[in-house]
Write a protein that binds this ligand. Structure first.
Ligand code: COA
Length: 162
């Protein structure tokens, strides 16, 4: 694989990010395993412009092949969601690197905790456990379980504005 780079998404990356997220969520990690849909808000552009949401993308030869979103929560925490890697680029540590990029942001900006939730039926808690996330609560739904996980971030420093 050619060189891979990570950066914050720009406004004109949004269409590609939406596209790869939709595609990634259509294909499960293992055959016959649970799939969840990725819903997009109609006003994604506005949310992005108002900095209520940030996106980190992974690009191979300038082509975006993976993305993850995060937002700022109260109490110095970040919330990670919609981690997506295109099928042909999976198992190359792109997903892991995207999560680590957010951890770098958290350290730099002084956030002390990262939270996320994922579906138990997609085996995702195991994925995040390998990255150091711990299970806080499991919520049972009719056809799946949502697993809420978090990781403490050390090196607390003063929060700068974005
Ligand atoms: C989950 C996802 C982002 C992983 O991306 P990736 O770049 O292939 O992952 P990495 O290369 O960093 O990690 C690969 C390792 O994680 C494991 N893994 C990948 N997806 C997994 C899953 N859903 N459950 C458990 N393990 C998983 C692989 O088997 C591999 O294990 P190994 O280290 O023992 O070889 C990708 O499969 C994807 O886009 N899935 C669909 C969307 C989705 O479900 N996103 C998560 C929302 S919370």
């Amino acid at each position: 694989m050619n060189s891979i780079s990570f950066r914050h998404a720009k406004l004109n990356d949004l269409t590609r990010v939406k596209y790869i997220t939709k595609l990634a969520y259509k294909i499960s990690y293992k055959e016959n395993s649970f799939i969840t849909r990725s819903h997009e808000p109609n006003n994604l552009k506005d949310i992005f412009l108002s900095k209520k949401l940030f996106i980190i993308v992974a690009a191979v030869d300038k082509k975006i092949v993976g993305a993850v979103r995060y937002k700022i929560l109260e109490k110095n925490s970040l919330y990670i969601y919609k981690l997506a890697v295109l099928k042909t680029y999976r198992n190359k540590r792109i997903g892991e690197s995207l999560i680590k990029q957010i951890e770098v942001v958290a350290k730099k900006k002084g956030f002390t905790k990262i939270l996320l939730d994922c579906a138990q039926e997609k085996q995702l808690p195991e994925y995040y456990k390998k990255l150091g996330y711990k299970i806080d609560i499991v919520k049972k739904h009719q056809d799946h379980h949502d697993v809420y996980m978090s990781k403490k971030i050390l090196n607390k420093i003063k929060i700068n504005s974005f």
